[in-house]
Structures are given as C-alpha cells and as structure tokens.
Design a protein. Structure first.
Length: 67
C-alpha cells in the first residue's frame, strides 16, 4: 500500500472510530432517558456496521504475517 493511500486509510479509520464513540455516547444517553427500545436497537445496529467497517480497514492496514 502506498504511503498516501495508507495515510488516507488511517484517516478514514480515525473518523470511523470517532463516529463509533459518538454512537456509543448517543446510545447510552438514549438508554438513560428511556428512549424507545426500537430506536436504541437501530442505533446499535448502525454502531455494529461501523465496527465491521473498522475491522475491514484494520485488516488492510495490518499485514497478514505468519510468524
């Protein structure tokens, strides 16, 4: 992976991590305020999708080395 591509990938990963943390905070706030369970479940599903994207990007960044 070229240096520029890797830098862009790391930036994307950082953005996704921040978005994941934001969803986590929002979900916790929704639970504390007694929000509708369906809305909380939808937020959790979006958070999980972001986590999956993060895992895919991390797999691109970290080489698969068998020691």
């Amino acid at each position: 992976m070229a240096d520029q591509d890797q830098a862009e990938t790391r930036l994307t990963l950082a953005r996704l991590r921040q978005e994941h943390e934001d969803y986590d905070a929002a979900i916790n706030a929704m639970i504390k305020t007694g929000c509708d369970a369906l809305r909380v479940q939808r937020m959790k599903k979006k958070k999980l999708a972001i986590k999956d994207k993060m895992s895919q990007i991390e797999d691109q960044i970290i080489p698969d080395i068998i020691a």
